[in-house]
Design a protein around this ligand. Structure first.
Ligand SMILES: [Zn+2]
Length: 391
């Protein structure tokens, strides 16, 4: 049980009681007495509380390739630099890379990431030790593994979450250019039979788009839909090369999009068409992608990049700080079935406590605007995940 006294929530001072993993009481400052059984009483007088960040697309252990192989477009980068480097990695490397990633994410306010990689036990151990959440992908990819192997099926069917509920397994067929149609269909079917979400890279750059048309007669989004893959349990990373009708289709199917603006810019993949994406009503969330193509894992930087990139074609109203903050927080929690994303009684207690004395947050005409456009991880004072203080 934790009490936070006199903290700023949406511009007013409140006292907050966290019992178990949920916010149980929020009342005006000075009105909440800490119960005798309370283990922790915090002074929140220089802090503001907001929902935490949910990083909906990354490859945690790729911190090992931060700063490596700059100046290549996606296919050249993957085939000639990243995949050969990955072939040299051992499980202990994956653990180290995941530990670096977890530390960077937690310290910048993320309590969750949606991961796609290999040697997943190592990443799971790093998540469990940090006290955060994750969706861990069972990666399916022709290059690394020719099928949804018996070993992977056995891992899924015998899976027991060592954190007691903070980690979920998801099915992660890598992309339309690395997984054949039969295997894509089988992976989706297997995921649905085992109540798992599905995580795929899709419509990331022009080469992927053009090759999909050449090989399958249609664009990646239409191709995935023709295979029956799209649905409300699907998270598509990127969606840069998506036309207006396809955005409407994604919204209609209930798909979640993990938008990764920094990675899309760094690899020269392009600009998601915010005008159509927002108009469609599709649920959009934010991901950093791996540190090898960003090179940061901070969602704060991603919010700023998205909002500025949206406005860059001459519409300053497009993608306000409030809206992009919702993409980074509540939309991400909802996409993964986590009853959080809002500081409210009864909700799961995932939160960031920002230090209002940090220079980047002063003066404070609008806290959300300051967080999106001015702050970095130095403004993050504490991070709460599932009711516990993890930073
Ligand atoms: Zn990716």
């Amino acid at each position: 049980m934790t009490v936070i006294k006199n903290i700023c929530l949406d511009g007013r001072q409140v006292d907050i009681l966290i019992e178990g993993n949920r916010f149980s009481r929020i009342s005006p400052a000075g009105t909440l007495e800490a119960p005798e059984s309370c283990e922790q009483v915090m002074d929140g007088s220089h802090l503001a509380i907001t929902p935490a960040f949910y990083n909906t697309h990354t490859h945690a252990a790729m911190t090992l390739m931060r700063g490596y192989a700059e100046g290549h477009d996606l296919q050249d980068w993957l085939e000639n630099y990243i995949w050969p480097y990955e072939d040299t990695l051992k499980p202990q490397d994956i653990r180290k890379g995941s530990e670096i990633a977890v530390r960077e994410m937690v310290s910048s306010g993320s309590v969750f990431f949606n991961d796609m990689y290999f040697d997943i036990e190592e990443t799971i151990a790093a998540v469990a030790a940090a006290g955060m959440r994750a969706a861990i992908g069972i990666t399916v990819m022709d290059y690394h593994s020719p099928e949804v192997t018996a070993a992977k099926k056995s891992f899924i069917e015998n899976w027991q979450d060592p954190t007691g509920g903070r980690i979920q397994l998801v099915m992660a067929p890598h992309a339309v250019y690395t997984v054949g149609p039969e295997k894509l269909k089988l992976a989706a079917e297997y995921a649905r039979n085992h109540n798992m979400r599905i995580h795929i890279h899709a419509a990331e750059n022009k080469a992927e788009h053009d090759n999909c048309i050449k090989d399958h007669g249609m664009s990646p989004v239409r191709y995935l839909d023709s295979l029956g893959v799209l649905g409300p349990d699907v998270v598509l990373a990127h969606c840069v090369w998506v036309d207006e009708a396809e955005w409407d289709l994604l919204a209609e199917r209930g798909v979640t999009v993990a938008h990764c603006p920094c990675s899309n810019m760094k690899l020269g993949s392009g600009r998601m068409v915010y005008e159509n994406a927002i108009k469609s009503g599709c649920r959009i969330t934010l991901g950093t992608d791996g540190a090898s193509s960003n090179d940061s894992l901070s969602i704060i930087g991603e919010m700023k990049a998205a909002s500025l990139l949206a406005k860059s074609r001459g519409d300053a109203k497009l993608l306000s700080s409030e809206e992009v903050f919702r993409w980074a927080t509540r939309n991400g929690a909802e996409a993964f079935g986590i009853d959080a994303g809002e500081i409210a009684e009864g909700r799961i207690a995932d939160a960031i406590l920002f230090n209002l004395d940090d220079a980047a947050l002063q003066p404070c005409h609008n806290l959300t605007s300051n967080i999106v456009y001015s702050a970095d991880s130095r403004a993050v004072s504490h991070v709460i995940c599932d009711g516990g203080l993890i930073w």
